[in-house]
Design a protein around this ligand. Structure first.
Ligand code: SF4
Length: 727
């Protein structure tokens, strides 16, 4: 950060943070010196009605992210000599469009794919711009991080059904059950669970009003420190735990009998399927006390309002679809839905008006999406599956992907099976990366385009809009003018469609028909069908709109839809899970006794995946590696001390990590953050850049046959001192 000088003019602007999706409102100090603007400080907005001044350490480092010396501010192209050389973004788009046209001509439109990662999701128009680009060129090959994060969340409503009026509100809850998520760090929100809006204060108030909290997590997380019951479950065994809780609730008739008579079917099938999941059986398999399972089941059922919800951990573990299904089944069983007359917590002002009646939405056919060429997998909800992308690139034939545009993501370290992913990325005819950092994927690219960063663009909190605790508007303009040859992500797709001579349809029409659209125009086009007009939305920054709350209406008297607790594929999975000794058996190459530990994925206060380790204040707090956190007793038994380099091997791959003691981690568990490191496969710089845990995983050794999800957490591993020679 540059020191203030006498000529500096400092003004304070209002915006919101976009490092993660929580969208915390911020005051942004902007110093102008000789016409150049710099962000010098970030503060929370004390008077904000929802966030009450909350920010986290990551958001407060925005000035360093915006002005980092290594931030990309120009475009690059691969020279004939193989180096990345500077090019104007306009020339880069000309050349990319020319290559795309040739690829489409030779291989057809499906050969052009895009991948929007976590970074791209923070821009309210980036994904919709990618969708518009795909519609324009006629390609279905749209990929996002959703299909390697929590795809079960998209699939389960089709299996079990849903509730039009929404799940119980957290603000009214007297019980809450969090299964493998920690909103205190990740700001992640499960339906009806604690939101990322000022989470510590919100939880403290909930506890003060008497809310009970059950946390199921192999770590004693920040959230678990508030728990009335913390079940420190063995990773990957959540289905046994949840099935046993359902059994207790059914056996003791603790469920909402009246609600189930009206709105639930398949109870008898569920009862039969969980019959053998006794608390004693689940306790042994999950390494918790049977009495605690019974107590948790009774506590959950005794509540009058409040939901169970899952997070990244169980959604990345084996049996992920089953875990999500069982969590939603618990909610349905206990009738944890908004009833007629209830006010829905979130306003969803940025989404189209939808009916909110006190009635179920029936399950649907789950196998209707476009067919992948491998493993009988299908895309769903307008996306193809990331776990199949490498094969779609490498395998010749109709539908082969030859060009990939990566926006705000890093497949080289994030996708399962790093070796396969790198082979695929290097096989492409064209790889374009839009990123502000020279990531492990960007160094492989044919073109790199530098994007604007959050405080340089207009935006709306589009992800948080569904989870905010009240209908709330926050339109932000850019706080500073961008410096350098940087493009908003939508400009990349708009520029390509214009050059290709195709349309770019968004909700409000064809944006490719506009000659010089602004950020504001594009937001208007993307959110043209929002239930609040963008003019009204813009006019009321940081305001709550209780008058725009949905109030749940009476059910349609003819509605015959019900939740299906006896879904055939899920009953089959329950039976199969019961026949396993451990969920690790599902993984090809697993040998009982050889892999005594489970490696779980985790979030860090000082980083969002690997984003943050390059910023001095965050590196000082969290270090520059994704440490392998272990229980001190395990470390003592293995002769490890903190800072030791250890080798971690799964049935699918090997990495080297830096061991750190962590009493909050259950014995037998290694806890590591994902998407770190580079593509060298060497790990010799592990202390400086971390290591990708994706190398321990595979797209084919164990995957869900509906979502294609690979096992990215609860990975069976063995550990020993490493022989690696460090750089
Ligand atoms: S919680 Fe997320 S949005 Fe809020 S300050 Fe932290 S990184 Fe930014």
């Amino acid at each position: 950060m540059s020191p203030s000088s006498a000529t500096e003019d400092v003004t304070t602007k209002h915006s919101f943070c976009r490092v993660c999706h929580a969208a915390c409102p911020i005051e942004v100090d902007v110093a102008t010196n000789d016409g150049v603007e710099r962000v010098t400080a970030i503060r929370g907005v004390q008077e904000d009605p929802l966030f009450e001044g909350y920010t986290c350490i990551k958001g407060r480092q925005l000035p360093d992210q915006m002005h980092h010396p290594d931030r990309l501010r120009k475009a690059y192209r691969r020279s004939e000599g193989g180096e990345l050389e500077e090019v104007t973004s306009s020339d880069a788009l000309d050349e990319i469009a020319e290559k795309l046209a040739a690829i489409i001509e030779e291989h057809g439109p499906q050969s052009v794919a895009t991948y929007t990662g976590t970074g791209g999701y923070q821009n309210c128009v980036a994904l919709e711009a990618a969708r518009g680009f795909h519609k324009g060129i006629g390609s279905r090959s749209l990929y996002t991080s959703v299909t390697i994060d929590q795809p079960a969340k998209s699939m389960v409503p089709a299996l079990i059904g849903w509730w039009e009026g929404g799940w119980d509100n957290f603000r009214d809850s007297d019980i809450s059950m969090a299964i493998g998520y920690n909103p205190m760090v990740s700001s992640y929100a499960a339906a009806g669970g604690l939101q990322g809006t000022n989470p510590f204060t919100t939880m403290r108030r909930a506890k003060e009003r008497g809310m009970k909290l059950i946390v199921i997590d192999p770590r004693k997380t920040e959230l678990a420190s508030f728990a009335d019951i913390h079940l420190q479950v063995k990773p990957g065994e959540d289905p046994a735990l949840l099935s046993s809780m359902i059994k207790v609730i059914l056996d003791e008739e603790l469920f909402d009998i009246e609600f189930c008579e009206d709105w639930v079917e398949g109870l008898d099938k569920m009862a039969a399927a969980v019959e053998s999941y006794t608390p004693e059986y689940a306790a042994e398999r999950c390494e918790v006390d049977a009495a605690d399972i019974v107590a948790a089941a009774r506590m959950f059922a005794a509540g009058t309002c409040g939901t169970a919800g899952t997070g990244t951990g169980p959604n990345m573990a084996p049996n992920s679809l089953l875990t999500e299904y069982l969590a939603i089944a618990l909610n349905a069983l206990c009738g944890r839905v908004n009833r007629e007359g209830d006010q829905v917590e979130s306003g969803t002002l940025l989404y189209p008006e939808t009916p909110k009646r006190a009635q179920a939405i029936p399950p649907m056919d789950i196998r209707t999406g476009p067919q992948h060429r491998f493993r009988n997998l299908r895309g769903y909800r307008g996306e193809m599956l990331c776990t199949v992308l490498a094969e779609e690139i490498l395998e010749p034939g109709e539908g082969q992907v030859r060009a990939l545009i990566v926006n705000g993501g890093n497949p080289a370290v994030a996708f399962p099976d790093q070796e396969l992913t790198m082979r695929a990325l290097r096989d492409l005819d064209l790889l374009v990366v839009v990123d502000h950092r020279m990531t492990a994927t960007a160094v492989e690219a044919d073109y790199v385009i530098a994007p604007t960063l959050s405080l340089e663009r207009a935006d709306v909190p589009h992800l948080m809009d569904r989870w905010l605790t009240q209908p709330y508007t926050h339109y932000t303009d850019a706080s500073i003018a961008p410096e350098g040859d940087v493009l908003n992500e939508w400009q990349v797709f708009w520029g390509l469609t214009r050059r290709l001579g195709v349309s770019m349809p968004l909700a409000g029409g064809d944006i490719a028909a506009l000659d010089e659209p602004t950020d504001h125009d594009v937001i208007d086009y993307v959110y043209a069908k929002a239930r609040m007009s963008m003019d009204d939305y813009r006019a009321t920054p940081r305001q709550v709109h209780p008058e725009r709350s949905y109030v749940v209406e009476a059910a349609d008297p003819d509605c015959a839809a019900k939740f299906d607790l006896g879904s055939e594929p899920m009953m089959q999975k329950l039976t199969e899970a019961r026949s396993q000794q451990t969920s690790s058996e599902l993984i090809d190459g697993y040998v009982d006794g050889e892999f005594p530990f489970r490696l779980v994925s985790r979030r860090l206060k000082s980083a969002l995946n690997s984003l943050g380790s390059e910023l001095p204040a965050l590196a000082a707090k969290g270090g520059t590696t994704n440490a392998a956190y272990m229980n001190p007793d395990d470390m003592a038994q293995l002769g490890f001390t903190s800072g030791d380099l250890i080798e971690i091997a799964s049935p699918m791959g090997v990495i080297n990590g830096v061991c750190e003691d962590a009493p909050d981690v259950k014995q037998g568990v290694i806890s590591m953050s994902h998407s770190w490191g580079d593509a060298s496969m060497k790990d010799d710089k592990v202390r400086d850049i971390g290591v990708p845990t994706s190398r321990l995983t595979s797209t084919t050794a164990c995957y869900d046959e509906y979502t294609g999800m690979a096992v990215l957490s609860a990975i069976p591993v063995k550990v020993k001192h490493s022989d690696l020679i460090e750089a």
